[in-house]
Design a protein around this ligand. Structure first.
Ligand SMILES: [Zn+2]
Length: 292
């Protein structure tokens, strides 16, 4: 993604996209940020991790064809589609940082939101430059294990923890934990993730996602009893726990922690805001963690 031409370093994927889609915001996944709205979603290629189980590896390894996208065209496309803004997703947004930052400034000026879907593996300095432009993030937390990050992702845990803590203080954050069969799907591994979220901010929505064999991983999909367990363990300490890539009845809905009323109902990517008044529960008026 960086190219040295005669001593000058070029960002070779600047303005190069592998995918542009209009997606439900729930697909990022963001469940507590403009529920039911659509977001223009773009990605390029490249990543600063090399996860052996990467669920998006043609984009990450740079095998996807690229086309050119201009920032004014993206702003216009989002506006014409009635999207809430733009999501930098599919591949790691930090890997084409310069373009993401320029595009984010344009979307902010146009009154639309910027969403990052990231692995959180970034130094504090560039993060602090981008963060004021970011309205919401979904950050991957793969496991609370440095060994897992080293062996399976080619990275390390500490910077990710730092990113989550920093971002949770300044923008809307949701966390995704991909449960990889036999690697991080034990009760103990799940509990470590839940405890970290609870200790950071217990109202952060936590998404457990089902793994499917991809890239260099051939283990079968996450056993469904492990996803059931993750949901149960998460709900012991956290009010907003969800499951993805797998249907568990009711496990995509948001219930009011105060009165138990269902505030938002979700089936697949069909979202119905059934019991919210602004960001308050319409039954008991408790303030809920939503950005609308
Ligand atoms: Zn309520």
């Amino acid at each position: 993604m960086r190219e040295n031409r005669d001593g000058i370093l070029y960002a070779s994927t600047y303005g190069k996209v592998s995918a542009v889609h209009l997606d439900p915001i729930e697909k990022k996944p963001l469940f507590h940020f403009h529920p039911g709205r659509e977001v223009l979603s773009i990605g390029s290629v490249g990543c600063n991790f090399r996860c052996l189980f990467c669920q998006n590896y043609p984009l990450v390894l740079g095998q996807a064809p690229l086309s050119t996208a201009g920032i004014p065209e993206l702003v216009r496309a989002a506006r014409e589609a009635g999207a809430v803004g733009i999501a930098y997703t599919y591949n790691e947004p930090m890997i084409w940082f310069e373009f993401v930052a320029d595009c984010a400034r344009a979307f902010r000026e146009a009154g639309m939101v910027n969403v990052l879907v990231t692995n959180g593996y970034v130094n504090p300095e560039p993060l602090s430059g981008l963060l004021p432009l970011v309205d919401a993030m979904n950050i991957d937390l793969k496991a609370m294990s440095g060994e897992f990050y080293r062996r399976l992702c080619g990275g390390s845990l500490e910077p990710v923890i730092e990113t989550i803590r920093t971002c949770a203080r300044s923008t809307h954050v949701e966390i995704t934990n991909l449960l990889v069969t036999g690697e991080n799907d034990s009760d103990e591994a799940i509990r470590q993730v839940v405890d970290f979220v609870a200790g950071t901010d217990r109202e952060i929505p936590l998404h457990f996602s089902r793994y499917f064999p991809q890239n260099r991983f051939t283990a079968p999909p996450t056993p469904t009893d492990r996803i059931d367990a993750a949901y149960r363990i998460g709900r012991e300490k956290l009010p907003f726990v969800y499951v993805g890539n797998y249907h568990l009845a009711g496990a995509e809905d948001t219930r009011c922690p105060s009165c138990g009323a269902t505030a938002v109902r979700r089936v697949g990517y069909r979202t119905s805001v059934v019991n919210l008044s602004g960001i308050r529960c319409a039954s008991c008026t408790a303030k809920l963690r939503f950005v609308i």
